[in-house]
Design a protein around this ligand. Structure first.
Ligand code: GAL
Length: 406
């Protein structure tokens, strides 16, 4: 493998990346191992401009190793942020980066990865569109001795996934359901029991069925809501309680809006039923759901009767909706920390080492359990936007105010 020949040169960049990551996590106060190993907010912003001179200079000794980074889409700002942060971190460590977005098109992503392999990539970092569609690319990567890091979404059905960097996806689902329960008043933000007793009507949405994360989010959420279904504090009047009924292919906002409209028409319109809350696993879906709810005459704000809607990713448009009292909550997954873990993993492989995993049990891709590094996430409510997102430098106060990323 070409990479092995320049291991010595890379030792330095490995140390620098790890040193840069020793400062404790931004935007999280949970103090867990995963967070402690993550970088400060420098990674997202200063890395773009080269950071401190010493680091940049020394890391440039990393030689001519190149890393292919395959991201799913630019229609969601989180993936743009991921791509930017991974690229910046890798470049700071001295690598050449080939960053590609695939417009959520599976053949495009396959071709991009084929091309990266043909062009001699030394490592691949891949956030798959369809987690089951990349087996032949991964076989080719393995034949060429190229390590593959699965980014955020697990690549399934292949022996040739070497490492997985992600968040604790089951816990993300727990947090989504928890935020729904808080919005309904059944729990307080500190986890204690709330004043409300219900019963409440809720509807359930899930993510894309070809994304391995979607079932983890769903399982975490449903396990959390199940006791409330069992004692009938919560009911799903549409009766659509299966993952397959709730799933939204490719996480499309329009599809979620249409499904919400259909549920309202079929189940609520012309009845006395009141919809109190909607479990949504991603901010893009949440905004489609909110549009459908508002178009049907609900709200427009929670105070004015809009149902409680959860989310994920702390996308700026949704953070503004939370600040405006429209969307109730989201889940913050700090893409800067995830990007930094991907860089650490790539650096380890290219130095001939195994990256450090903190989970070697959870993520079975159908062929093997992939060693993983899991990060922690936080629930964002109106009350902690400042602390989690602004103070950590993830979004500026102006961006929260405008709802637009600058
Ligand atoms: C998932 C990811 C979520 C969200 C979603 C839609 O795989 O874990 O954070 O971004 O895709 O893009």
């Amino acid at each position: 493998m070409r990479a092995r020949r320049i291991v010595a040169a890379l030792g330095m960049s490995t140390m620098l990346v790890l040193a840069g990551c020793a400062g404790g996590g931004a935007g999280s106060d949970d103090g867990d191992d995963a967070t402690d190993a993550a970088p400060t907010e420098d990674t997202g912003s200063e890395a773009d401009t080269g950071s401190e001179g010493g680091e940049t200079e020394a890391a440039a000794g990393g030689g001519d190793l190149s890393i292919g980074v395959a991201m799913p889409t630019q229609t969601s700002e989180r993936w743009i942020a991921d791509g930017d942060a991974v690229q910046a971190g890798l470049e700071e460590a001295g690598y050449t980066v080939d960053l590609q977005f695939a417009g959520d098109d599976i053949p495009t992503q396959s071709q991009q990865i084929d091309q990266m392999i043909t062009n001699g990539a030394d490592a691949l970092i891949i956030a798959a569109i369809d987690g089951t569609a990349l087996s032949s690319q991964l076989d080719a990567a393995a034949d060429a001795g190229i390590p593959v890091i699965s980014y955020d979404r697990l690549i399934r059905d292949s022996e040739n996934v070497d490492f997985y960097v992600t968040f604790d996806n089951y816990q993300v689902g727990v947090q989504q359901a928890t935020s729904l329960l808080v919005g309904l008043g059944l729990l307080n933000e500190d986890g204690s029991e709330g004043d409300a007793t219900g019963p409440f009507n809720v509807e359930l949405f899930a993510g894309s069925p070809d994304d391995n994360n979607a079932t983890f989010f769903w399982d975490g959420a449903i396990d959390t809501l199940q006791p409330y279904f069992d004692d009938e504090t919560l009911t799903v009047p549409s009766g659509q309680t299966d993952f397959d009924q709730a799933a939204i292919l490719r996480w499309q906002q329009e599809t979620a809006q249409k499904r919400m409209e259909d549920i309202l028409t079929a189940t609520y319109t012309g009845t006395d039923l009141v919809l109190d809350g909607v479990l949504s696993p991603y901010d893009g879906l949440s905004r489609g759901i909110i549009t459908a709810l508002q178009n049907s005459g609900l709200g427009p704000s929670i105070e004015e009767g809009l149902p409680i809607v959860s989310g994920q990713d702390a996308e700026i448009a949704s953070v503004k909706l939370i600040a405006d009292g429209v969307q109730f909550a989201t889940i913050f997954k700090d893409t800067r920390k995830l990007a930094a873990q991907a860089v650490i993993a790539a650096d380890a492989f290219l130095a001939g080492e195994e990256p450090e995993a903190n989970d070697t049990e959870t993520y079975d891709n159908g062929v093997k359990v992939v060693p993983s590094y899991l990060l922690e996430s936080d629930i964002v409510y109106d009350s902690n936007i400042q602390e989690l997102l602004v103070d950590s430098g993830y979004w500026s106060a102006e961006e929260v105010e405008s709802g637009v990323a600058e």
